[in-house]
Design a protein around this ligand. Structure first.
Ligand code: C2E
Ligand code: MG
Ligand code: MG
Ligand code: MG
Length: 287
């Protein structure tokens, strides 16, 4: 009897595992078909200087316009391909679509801030031919100056091999693009590590900004990252700025650049010009 129930258990486990493999295969096929059928879209979230009121650019954020499930956020599909070669293809689509958007904004006129950042996955950045592929993508959009493009790299994705990532970044910088270290503070960054990565911008992770006014530790982290950025002569931007109080506190601490729902949620590119013409900086930020 014992043997039999053991066998059943084994059989059950087998089925669960088969199901998991099947679901994974189906998910990968669905993402492949999303790529082939142009179901991915980019939304753009403005980045502003709270002190001057200037919109300095946007961040491109991927969405999946799923035929049955509606608009999906990246958390629902990027983890599936995180360590799959398909991540490289999706990532290239993102860069290409962003460069196309920048060209369109350029064609629309001088008042549109065209600086746009894209998120680059670790597998994408670490592929040996990343710099060549970026060069080719830039060449395909001759009206877009490389300095309009910024690549956001997760602080944690450089941890494996700082020397290697640093080399790739240096090569890309030579092309004229900029780099930002995303979600900064969530990894195990040391001073040495920051010194070795030639990123012009540090993005303070939203988890610290969200709780900084209630949590002394988070406030200390925000203050330290701002100080760190200053001493290393890097720019610093706060993510997840949701309230006027967040903005005011950040300006007091010396961080003028911000991104967050308190300024604008990510939006389709077609909404950006109208948002831009209506947006006014919150006067209370400056008080
Ligand atoms: P991220 O690069 O740190 O982007 C910021 C995320 O925070 C975005 O979520 C944005 O919508 C959200 N956010 C912005 N302001 C606020 C705020 O005030 N409050 C709150 N609660 N959230 C805010 P989203 O678009 O869902 O993206 C999540 C993450 O997925 C991104 O984090 C990025 O790591 C990744 N991701 C997005 N698009 C791409 C892409 O094209 N390629 C790659 N490799 N990763 C991407
Ligand atoms: Mg980002
Ligand atoms: Mg971030
Ligand atoms: Mg994040």
């Amino acid at each position: 009897v014992a043997k039999e129930s053991g066998k059943n258990r084994y059989h059950l486990f087998d089925t669960v595992q088969d199901d998991a493999i099947k679901i994974r295969r189906e998910s990968l096929e669905a993402i492949r078909s999303a790529l082939d059928n142009q179901q991915f879209v980019l939304h753009y979230q403005p980045k502003v200087n709270m002190r001057t009121g200037k919109v300095i650019g946007t961040e491109a954020l991927i969405r999946w316009q799923h035929p049955e499930r509606g608009l999906l956020n990246p958390i629902e599909f990027l983890p599936i391909i995180e360590s799959n070669p398909m991540m490289i293809e999706v990532g290239e689509w993102v860069i290409d679509a962003t460069l196309t958007q920048i060209s369109q904004w350029l064609a629309m006129g001088v008042d549109i801030p065209v600086n746009t950042s894209v998120n680059i996955a670790a597998v994408q950045l670490q592929q040996p031919e990343f710099t060549q592929r970026l060069t080719a993508l830039l060449a395909a959009h001759p009206h877009v100056e490389p300095r309009y493009l910024e690549l956001e790299v997760l602080e944690t994705s450089a941890l494996d091999d700082v020397a290697h990532i640093s080399d790739i970044m240096t090569d890309c910088l030579a092309l004229g693009v900029n780099f930002a270290l995303d979600d900064f503070g969530t990894g195990y960054s040391s001073l040495t590590y920051l010194r070795r990565l030639p990123a012009n911008l540090i993005k303070i992770d939203q988890s610290f900004v969200r709780d900084m006014l209630d949590n002394a530790d988070d406030l200390a982290i925000v203050e330290s990252v701002i100080a760190l950025a200053k001493s290393f002569k890097r720019e610093v931007i706060a993510e997840g700025v949701e309230t006027v109080e967040h903005g005011t506190a950040l300006i007091k601490m010396g961080c003028d650049l911000a991104q967050g729902y308190g300024i604008a949620k990510p939006m389709p590119a077609s909404d950006f010009p109208a948002w831009l013409s209506h947006w006014r900086p919150d006067v209370s930020w400056q008080t």
